[in-house]
Design a protein around this ligand. Structure first.
Ligand code: AMP
Length: 201
């Protein structure tokens, strides 16, 4: 099973790259941000509670996102692997993910950390806000708060995965296809089945 974590601040291109990776390697995309937005759109209690935090650029409680991931893993038993996008975001979430994957005997193979500078992140998110319709992409104060949440609660995870020897840094301030090529290069190192691209005889 090919389990990959895409790690990086908001606006680093995780969502865009996740789509390309699942397409190439035939994996299942698990984005907790997308799941939470679906809950909001369906006006569930969970969605309404999450919305107040998301609108401020704060993280939702660990138990909420861990529960959502647990359900998705249980509901996708035949998947060839997962791309985790926007999860885990705290050390507690990372420990919970390791425990869940341990049950499936399918540990994370690689954690791809996409690096983008702060100024570029803010520029990208506000530009995305013009078309995404996401309230948390449109207000500079909220955007800055999301980056602060990332630096204080999520970035410490880099040490957690470095200690496991799984963290790979990727430069994110390049054209999408160049970033994708760097990601694939790292994925191919840990993947015995090199995606569906046929090799030249
Ligand atoms: P994203 O689409 O990944 O940028 O997530 C949008 C918002 O959803 C974040 O700013 C958080 O409020 C919330 N969120 C998404 N994933 C998580 C997570 N793993 N842990 C806590 N909050 C999350």
């Amino acid at each position: 099973m090919l389990n990959i974590v895409l790690f990086g601040p908001p606006g680093s291109g995780k969502g865009t790259q996740a789509e390309k990776i699942i397409d190439k390697y035939k994996l299942v995309h698990l984005s907790t941000g997308d799941m939470l937005r679906a809950e909001i759109a369906a006006a569930t209690t969970l969605g309404l509670e999450a919305k107040t935090l998301m609108d401020k650029g704060e993280l939702v409680p660990d138990a909420v996102v861990i529960g959502m991931i647990e359900n998705k893993l249980a509901g996708n038993k035949t998947a060839g692997g997962f791309v985790f996008d926007g999860f885990p975001r705290t050390v507690k979430q990372a420990e919970a993910l390791d425990a869940l994957l341990e049950k499936h005997k399918a540990p994370i193979k690689v954690v791809l950390s996409i690096k983008v500078g702060e100024e570029e992140l803010t520029r990208r998110i506000l530009a995305r806000g013009a078309t995404s319709g996401r309230a948390d992409d449109q207000n500079e104060t909220i955007v800055k708060n999301r980056v602060v949440e990332y630096r204080t609660k999520t970035e410490p995870l880099a040490n957690y995965y470095t200690a496991q020897g799984k963290l790979k840094d990727i430069t994110g301030e390049k054209p999408v296809d160049e970033v994708f090529a760097s990601l694939c290069h790292e994925i191919d190192k840990v993947n015995s089945n090199k995606g569906l691209t046929p090799s030249v005889p």
